[in-house]
Design a protein around this ligand. Structure first.
Ligand SMILES: [Ca+2]
Ligand SMILES: [Ca+2]
Length: 311
């Protein structure tokens, strides 16, 4: 166990696990996962270590585009042991390790803490919403009319868990994963400001048709151009799960879907084309989508227009 430094007045005991896969995990005492630092898309890791003699030795793991992981050790030998383990782990996944020495004050002053990152993300969303009301779908903002701090915001990108947080949902919800994949158009595993903005604009100002297309694509997991009943029930289950109203049994979900097919006159179909889907959504006035989006997403107000779907 080591102490994780969160900010000036907050430390907590954590366990650091190297792997499996190309990631470093922190867990709490009970072994519950707190955080994953993904190494998949980086060449190596940079850590900072303090060299002050009169305070507990510290170590900062710099995490690109996310907040840093700052650890405090009881002694220099225990930190050295940690660095050894880290080094051999990184070697095993062919990543480099660079160690920078620094002073504690400097380290903590410059650390990108979760709080600081949060502030920047809040700015990110404020900007996104502000811009939404001045842009048409697909329109880009000119870089020359923005201030430096806005440019900084525009360079910020969201991880899946940050994106989920913005929607007030859990990062591992099927719905969030699907939504993330749709918004992350270039597929780099991050949501850039522009990617986020495109979706916000689309959802708040776009045509019903555009919104339905997004939802259709989210459901069509295997991307074969049609939605089968399994895909529909996966999505529905995740939405119901998010809404947390009352969970539905497998039987009830099947019944619901069969009912939806029937009402739309698709009794004999096993899957929906995009045109079928549009027809069905017209029938349901978007209820199916509204379940998940309305409750929590309303927090940020950006998907709150879901009730207009198919109107
Ligand atoms: Ca992206
Ligand atoms: Ca499909």
């Amino acid at each position: 166990m080591v102490r994780e430094w969160l900010h000036q007045n907050h430390k907590r005991l954590v366990k650091v696990k190297f792997g499996p896969e190309e990631a470093i995990y922190t867990t709490n005492r009970k072994g519950e996962k707190l955080r994953a630092v993904q190494m998949r898309n980086v060449e190596g890791m940079i850590i900072e270590i303090t060299q002050d003699s009169n305070t507990k030795p510290m170590l900062l793991i710099r995490v690109p585009r996310d907040h840093d992981l700052v650890l405090e050790f009881d002694s220099v030998p225990s930190r050295a042991k940690f660095i050894n383990k880290l080094e051999s782990f990184l070697r095993s996944i062919s990543k480099t390790l660079e160690i920078v020495t620094t002073l504690k004050d400097v380290m903590l002053n410059n650390a990108e803490t979760k709080e600081r990152r949060q502030k920047r993300l809040e700015h990110f969303f404020r900007e996104a919403y502000a811009l939404t009301f001045g842009l048409k779908p697909g329109e880009k903002r000119k870089l020359e009319d923005v201030s430096p701090d806005v440019i900084m915001v525009m360079r910020t990108s969201l991880s899946q868990s940050e994106f989920a947080g913005a929607l007030g949902m859990k990062g591992d919800a099927v719905f969030v994963k699907r939504m993330f994949n749709i918004v992350d158009k270039d597929g780099d595993g991050r949501i850039s400001f522009q990617e986020f903005l495109d979706t916000v604009v689309l959802f708040s100002k776009g045509k019903t048709e555009d919104k339905l297309r997004i939802i259709f694509d989210m459901c069509d997991h295997d991307r074969n151009g049609v939605i089968d009943k399994v895909e529909l029930s996966e999505m529905l289950r995740s939405l119901v799960d998010i809404a947390k109203t009352n969970s539905l049994s497998d039987g009830e979900v099947t019944e619901l879907i069969d009912g939806m097919f029937k009402t739309s006159g698709f009794d004999n179909k096993e899957f929906l084309t995009y045109d079928d889907f549009k027809l069905m959504m017209r029938e349901y006035k978007g209820d199916f989508v509204a379940i998940g989006l309305d409750c929590k997403g309303a927090k940020q107000n950006f998907l709150d227009t879901s009730t207009n779907v198919a109107r």
